[in-house]
Design a protein around this ligand. Structure first.
Ligand code: ADP
Ligand code: MG
Length: 261
């Protein structure tokens, strides 16, 4: 069975998509079979891996409404062992369906659909939208764990309580196995005092929930790195675009920790 990991934070621009794409690619490059599910209508993960609209006819929306199976919409990527379920702006339409009063167990639709393909992958990584709406609830309900990227900027921890409450509510109700895999500080700059302050706050509140390469070493932080920001426009993960960059090394280390656990 695969391990299902959501990347979630209802704030936009904190590094969810970047983390989903680069963690998925790093895991695949370490010989794991990986499926990246793009479940954000903005479809940035799909675009980041070089797919444009004309490359695929069906997407995650069709799976969720039941007109296609996952196996019919999965695309192979340029990275061996990495497959993707693309998204599309049409996915916004799913919210209406999810809210339909007639729909039973609407939080569990994605989880049900994933069963079809779960034994084909070692990891399924889900990139979720910047909202705590029904799409993200479906992602969290289908997951074993969640990684929460935290941008090392002002207001970094704002809204976090709401996300943590949602996780604990889901844990108490429909998904008892859901764990917080960890908080991932992103866009960290060691020349910026604010970055240091956010990291200090995170360490203070959630020390055990940061990712550590080994007990003795400092926690993994994703540096602010221009190569990371450039790579999506080349349709490549950072490991292909600039393998020796600091950003690439950080995501590779994160993948190692995920595999080790
Ligand atoms: P989200 O999915 O949470 O909205 P993204 O992953 O799309 O966030 O990141 C927001 C923007 O910041 C994107 O333009 C992305 O390329 C850029 N970005 C993300 N992580 C980094 C980083 N470590 N260094 C530099 N730019 C980054
Ligand atoms: Mg995103």
């Amino acid at each position: 069975m695969s391990e299902v990991i959501s990347i979630a934070n209802q704030k936009g621009g904190v590094g969810k998509t970047t983390t989903a794409v680069n963690l998925a690619a790093s895991l695949a490059q370490k010989d794991k079979k990986v499926l990246l599910i793009d479940i954000d209508p903005q479809s940035n993960a799909t675009t980041s891996l070089g797919f444009t609209r004309g490359d695929y006819e069906f997407n995650v929306y069709h799976v969720l409404i039941g007109s296609k199976k996952f196996s019919e919409v999965i695309l192979k990527t340029e990275i061996k062992k990495l497959h993707i379920v693309p998204s599309n702006i049409g996915l916004v339409g799913i919210e209406k369906e999810f809210y339909s009063p007639k729909k039973k167990n609407r939080e569990l639709i994605l989880k049900e659909k994933i069963k079809e393909i779960a034994d084909r992958y070692d990891y399924i990584i889900i990139d979720s939208p910047p909202a705590l709406g029904p799409i993200t609830i479906n992602a969290l309900s289908a997951s074993d764990s969640v990684i929460i990227p935290i941008q090392c900027e002002f207001f970094a921890l704002e809204g976090l309580a709401q996300l943590l409450n949602t996780v604990s509510l889901l844990k108490k109700t429909i998904n008892p196995k859901l764990k917080i895999k960890g908080f991932l500080p992103t866009m960290y700059s060691n020349q910026n005092n604010l970055s240091k302050q956010v990291l200090a706050d995170l360490t203070h509140h959630f020390k055990d929930k940061l990712f550590h390469i080994s007990k003795s070493k400092e926690c993994i932080v994703i540096p602010r790195n221009v190569k990371i920001a450039e790579s999506p426009s080349f349709g490549k993960p950072i490991s292909e675009y600039a393998a020796s960059s600091k950003g690439s090394v950080a995501y590779s280390e994160l993948a190692n920790v995920i595999i080790r656990n």
